[in-house]
Design a protein around this ligand. Structure first.
Ligand SMILES: Nc1ncnc2c1ncn2[C@@H]1O[C@H](COP(=O)(O)OP(=O)(O)O)[C@@H](O)[C@H]1O
Ligand SMILES: [Mg+2]
Length: 254
């Protein structure tokens, strides 16, 4: 399934650096990360707590601005865009799934899924909506409010919302982090299926070797740097690799 020679990347970072604060309280969250995210691939990002995974997701998804370096979505470089264009790019070309679901509690599942397009005044593609809903297995839950849904169902609503605009790339920051293993498996199965069947490009942060094994490729971050990469991961291989990091003192779980 993995093809590293396939076409231009869906997104990339070039020497990406992010520094928070200044002076004594300065934190280098990203320290020169260069990486390509290949189109129609499922990439997992792993690394100890504080290694810069969320910062990388936020900078890639235009939710945060780098200190230096460049981010490209397709061939568009983000720093070249004004606020209005950046907002439009974020809305039309990028999907984001958060650990905490981030659904609007007063809206139904259906309303949550279509909310970004409704706000943008964009027509919802009915066929595509039905395709996503049946793939994600939410057809009989659309009238429910988030508090009437399980955690796994809520996260699948959030995934459907992220996919509805047919974004070029979806970033998911620990999407299974708040879920029990069965609900997590539902969400992972959906993400995997959207790569296989729709050619969706997905980048997912996870701490779970079993979750990472769903990906085509795993990137390992340590102290804001890309420290390793694994193609066609298995849970066993990922676990072995993480033990290796522990042995050299870079891995605390968090
Ligand atoms: N808004 C912020 N202000 C200051 N420091 C931050 C901020 N966000 C993240 N950091 C710091 O940057 C580093 C990387 O954080 P993060 O990207 O959240 O790591 P991860 O997601 O891998 O746990 C950490 O040391 C964290 O404390
Ligand atoms: Mg994080």
């Amino acid at each position: 399934m993995t093809n590293h020679d396939s076409g231009p990347p869906a997104a990339k970072a070039v020497d990406l650096t992010k520094v928070y604060g200044a002076g004594d309280t300065q934190v280098v969250a990203l320290d020169g990360v260069t990486v390509d995210f290949i189109a129609s691939q499922f990439t997992a990002i792993m690394g100890p707590s504080g290694s810069g995974k969320s910062t990388l997701m936020h900078c890639m998804a235009a939710l945060d601005t780098p200190t230096s370096g460049q981010v490209f979505i397709g061939d568009v470089e983000l720093s070249a865009l004004n606020d209005k264009k950046l907002t439009r790019l974020r809305r039309d070309r990028i999907g984001f799934v958060f650990q905490a679901f981030n659904l609007v509690p007063t809206l139904t599942a259906r309303e949550n899924i279509t909310l970004p397009l409704d706000i943008a005044g964009t027509r919802v593609d009915r066929d595509w909506f039905e395709t996503i809903i049946s793939t994600v297995g939410l057809s009989d839950r659309l009238k429910h409010k988030p508090n009437e849904l399980s955690g796994g169902q809520q996260q699948r609503v959030a995934c459907a919302r992220a996919l509805l605009s047919k974004p070029e790339i979806v970033f998911a920051d620990e999407p299974t982090g708040n879920l029990d293993s069965r609900s997590g498996a539902e969400v992972l199965a959906f993400l995997r299926r959207s790569v296989r069947e729709f050619g969706q490009t997905i980048v997912m942060v996870t701490h779970d070797p079993g979750a990472a094994a769903h990906a085509d490729r795993v990137l390992f971050l340590g102290d804001g740097r890309l420290v390793d990469e694994m193609i066609d991961p298995t849970a066993e291989k990922v676990l072995e690799r993480m033990k290796g990091f522990d042995a050299v003192g870079t891995g605390q779980v968090g």
